[in-house]
Write a protein that binds this ligand. Structure first.
Ligand code: 5GP
Ligand code: ZN
Length: 114
């Protein structure tokens, strides 16, 4: 999609601090980290949010979580714990309209989330 910041990162138009990439997803460090480790796991295909993923393509969502699990080990946060979040829509706090999974770790997380 034109001028979508995460599509531009995914197709290499904008350089980023990448931690993982395969044919379906890219993962990179958040520009404004909210924790010592803050990675975004992003499908290369543009979906405006989780609501836009058709049932027949939902395996990409499982893959995003699988990549998060692998990265949690690699980035050293698996043992102590971490949080996975998909903000959705205005009240969900989504600011970039391209589906992404936040992974934050390296500090205590409160609950309920703000
Ligand atoms: P949301 O608020 O939509 O759940 O999350 C969007 C996230 O993307 C925010 O945490 C924000 O800091 C991050 N972000 C926005 N633009 C960029 C960018 O150009 N590069 C990177 N690495 N992160 C970005
Ligand atoms: Zn996009």
């Amino acid at each position: 999609m034109d001028k979508c910041i995460f599509c531009m990162i995914a197709n290499g138009e904008i350089p980023t601090n990448k931690v993982y990439e395969d044919d379906r997803v890219i993962a990179f460090y958040d520009l404004e980290p909210q924790a010592p480790v803050h990675v975004l796991i992003v499908p290369k295909k543009h979906y405006e949010s989780i609501l836009a993923v058709p049932a027949e393509e939902s395996c990409v969502v499982g893959h995003m979580f699988q990549v998060a699990s692998k990265l949690a080990h690699e980035l050293g946060i698996a043992e102590k714990g971490f949080r996975l979040v998909i903000n959705t829509g205005k009240e969900g706090g989504q600011s970039v309209p391209h589906l992404h999974l936040h992974m934050t770790g390296g500090r205590e997380h409160g609950w309920p989330a703000g």
